[in-house]
Design a protein around this ligand. Structure first.
Ligand SMILES: NC(=O)c1ccc[n+]([C@@H]2O[C@H](COP(=O)([O-])OP(=O)(O)OC[C@H]3O[C@@H](n4cnc5c(N)ncnc54)[C@H](OP(=O)(O)O)[C@@H]3O)[C@@H](O)[C@H]2O)c1
Length: 275
């Protein structure tokens, strides 16, 4: 199946920068009606102006999605503005880089809130509108932008892995449940991404293992993956070569991946002990 996105009403979270911003630019060119949301009003307004200048349709509703009332407002604004909702893209998210033993319960709760409870609650709010879209033959879908951390446990990302595993679990359960409404539930798993603003993306940046951003994929590459998944209705897609290898390796050779992760941490520990 190919999904035609022209004139489709799309609610996109995390649109102010990074992957979400690039997804918006691509969907704007494909003729979708976009409702862009995040907290940064100025960045959203600039993006909407750019999309309109290219001939696309984009509206803005700024919101802190951790607030339940603001989540409701965002969904209602989309339905009112475009007369319905065809696609929800859950892209807003944060991360934390650092070891669990030196972290705090607050970091875990904040990550679970934005990375799991926000998309879960948005799905609940959007479900009746997506079911109505299906009844009208408009091929509705939900795209959850999780992470390869949602398929494999990566050292120094314990909170991120927990929140993204939860999102992956929800995605898999709803894929079957929402078949009765004819709503497709798709999963995108980026690897390490060259983030626009690391300081804003990472709630904590104190990890001790080596992170090589030289190997990271671009937000543009992930955005291409999100749009391709929507158009081709791809159930699950790992983007970037790091993401793909971890994804593939965990299926084909799970013991090997576990061994490689432990080796990385042990090598770091040896280096630290040697001073
Ligand atoms: N970067 C990576 O290495 C990487 C790897 C794997 C997966 N991912 C996932 O990909 C998605 C996008 O990541 P990214 O790299 O594009 O991150 P980013 O550049 O930091 O963008 C995050 C987006 O989420 C929004 N956001 C954060 N907290 C919010 C809140 N409380 N309410 C509303 N919006 C909020 C931000 O907007 P405001 O600050 O304006 O609110 C921003 O638009 C996330 O789900 C992330 O977990 C990223």
């Amino acid at each position: 199946m190919r999904r035609d996105l022209r004139g489709r009403s799309i609610l996109l979270t995390g649109a102010s920068r990074g992957i979400g911003r690039r997804v918006a630019e691509r969907l704007g060119k494909l003729g979708a009606n976009l409702m862009l949301t995040a907290r940064s009003t100025d960045e959203l307004d600039r993006l909407a102006t750019e999309i309109r200048a290219m001939g696309g349709a984009a509206e803005v509703v700024a919101a802190d999605l951790t607030d339940p009332q603001q989540r409701e407002l965002v969904v209602n604004a989309t339905v009112e503005r475009f007369g319905g909702l065809d696609v929800l893209i859950n892209c807003a998210g944060v991360a934390s880089f650092g070891e669990f033993a030196t972290s705090t319960p607050d970091v875990l709760r904040k990550l679970m809130e934005i990375n799991f409870f926000v998309p879960a609650d948005l799905i609940r709010l959007c479900q009746p509108h997506l079911a109505a879209s299906a009844a009208a033959g408009r091929q509705p879908a939900i795209v959850n932008v999780a992470s390869i951390c949602g398929r494999a446990g990566i050292p120094s990302f314990p909170e991120h892995c927990s929140s993204k595993h939860a999102l992956v679990g929800l995605t898999e359960a709803l894929r079957a449940e929402f078949a009765r409404y004819d709503v497709d539930v798709l999963l995108v798993l980026p690897g390490l991404v060259k983030t626009d603003d690391v300081a804003r993306h990472l709630l904590r940046n104190e990890g001790q293992i080596a992170l090589n951003y030289g190997w990271a994929e671009t937000p543009e590459n992930v955005a291409n993956g999100v749009v391709k998944s929507l158009v081709r209705n791809t159930r699950e897609r790992a983007t970037g070569w790091i993401g793909w290898w971890v994804w593939f390796g965990r299926r084909a050779w799970p013991r090997g991946i576990r061994w490689a992760m432990k080796r990385k941490v042990r090598k770091f520990a040896e280096r630290t002990a040697a001073g």
